[in-house]
Design a protein around this ligand. Structure first.
Ligand code: HEM
Length: 389
């Protein structure tokens, strides 16, 4: 089988080829991209690569191209310092404080759905606005700029997966100028001794190095960037993917209607079965021999979380979507030092969205599979047509 993540059939259904990679080609070499890259798919290999950060470095970025280290897109000690800086916005206490914001917002979106046409797009009317409004609030930028965020967030991921970054320069400059202006206005507040909002922009804008200087703008903007993208499209995809799979088989939706306690399991199984981030990259700092093959020093390696989530050695009947799995050890949020800092926030939003749809729109039905989002390493629906009777 000639697998590649860019193959149109794999783009349509990324699960195509997972068993081939897992069973026959655990170290895959792809030369359809510049630079060419290797892919690791088995659960144990993915775990090894994510834990051995000295060999599998994040220094040259999470995407398929080699990029300069910035913000948290690097290795310790810089990564540790910057992650610590924003950690307080993601503690269990901070996430618990988000619930009273997420629930009324999701309820308002469902009110609008029920007041509108019976046929609607689950992406546009719920899965997109919910996370983007929440992350805008966490960052401390106005949620009126929602459409701009959507465009910038899409642009960031397209840029990350693109062989030619030059086409994104203008939009990237606009985004950087926007974030920089907000950062500076937060910094002025901090310096004037005025009361500052408790948000991520305050944390990043006020952060200083050991020598007492503000952290470099490039690092600050990279972190804000990562938070906008990380907190936005991925959670949207989790919600669309989960509702898609639940409605695809009417008995699954019925199970959720009959048993509220399955909501958490639905979120975890969706993350396992359809991870919104299919894989991200690391960079080898030495030659690595694995399964009789050598990955040379200085290679890009695609860490295929999605395939690891279908490893039969870890998950029984891995290609079945089941609301009754014991194991929750999926790789959708990565592992190790870069483990997704926003995982509890994403879980909260997805659980609230499903719980409200279950209560308030129980007769939800799928009208089609919609459309896949663009970048090859991400997986979600940019359209998901549904109806309620
Ligand atoms: C379903 C939703 C989400 C998925 C699937 C997801 C996935 C991931 C993955 C796979 C990583 C690991 C990156 C790596 O190993 O290089 C990661 C890291 C990260 N995520 Fe998420 N994420 C989600 C939601 C969020 C949210 C809601 C936020 C913020 C509000 C967020 C912020 C971040 C940040 C800042 C990192 C970098 C952590 C580090 O390098 O230490 N993510 N995410």
């Amino acid at each position: 089988m000639n697998w590649s993540p860019f193959d149109p059939e794999v783009m349509t259904d990324p699960a195509r080829g997972h068993q081939y990679l897992l069973n026959e080609c655990p170290v895959h070499h792809c030369d359809m991209f510049e630079p060419p890259f290797y892919t690791l798919s088995r659960y144990a290999d993915v775990e090894y690569a994510l834990r051995d950060i000295e060999t599998f470095s994040s220094h040259f970025g999470q995407g398929p191209r080699f990029t300069e280290p910035a913000g948290m897109l690097c290795d310790p000690p810089q990564h540790t310092q910057y992650r610590k800086l924003i950690q307080q916005a993601f503690t269990p206490k901070a996430v618990a404080k988000l619930r009273p914001l997420v629930v009324p917002l999701a309820n308002r979106l469902v009110d609008d759905i029920l007041a509108g046409e019976r046929e609607f797009d689950l992406h546009d009317d719920l899965a997109f606005p919910l996370p983007v409004i929440i992350i805008a609030g966490m960052l401390g930028v106005p949620s009126e700029d929602l459409e701009d965020f959507k465009r910038w967030s899409d642009m960031q991921v397209e840029l990350m997966g693109s062989e030619d970054p030059s086409q994104y320069v203008d939009e990237q400059t606009r985004f950087q100028a926007y974030m920089h202006a907000h950062m500076m206005s937060h910094r002025s507040l901090i310096e004037s001794g005025a009361e500052v909002p408790e948000d991520l922009l305050t944390l990043v804008a006020g952060a200083k190095t050991d020598t007492g200087e503000y952290i470099p703008d490039g690092d600050a903007l990279s972190m804000l960037n990562q938070l906008l993208v990380g907190g936005n499209e991925t959670t949207t995809s989790l919600i669309t993917n989960m509702i898609w799979r639940l409605l695809e088989v009417p008995s699954r939706w019925q199970e959720i209607l009959d048993d509220e306690s399955l909501i958490g399991a639905a979120v975890e199984e969706s993350l396992r079965f359809d991870p919104p981030v299919l894989g991200l990259y690391r960079n080898t700092t030495r030659n690595v021999e694995l399964h009789g093959q050598v990955i040379p020093e200085g290679s890009k390696v695609y860490i295929n979380y999605a395939a690891a989530n279908r490893d039969a050695g870890i998950f029984e009947k891995p290609d079945e979507f089941s609301l009754h799995r014991e194991s929750k050890r999926h790789m959708a949020f990565g592992l190790g030092v870069h483990f997704c800092i926003g995982a509890p926030t994403a879980r909260l939003e997805a659980e609230v969205a499903l719980s409200l749809l279950r209560q308030r729109v129980p007769d939800l039905r799928l009208l089609g599979d919609g459309e896949r989002i663009g970048p090859f390493f991400l997986w979600g629906r940019r359209k998901l047509p549904v109806t309620w009777r």
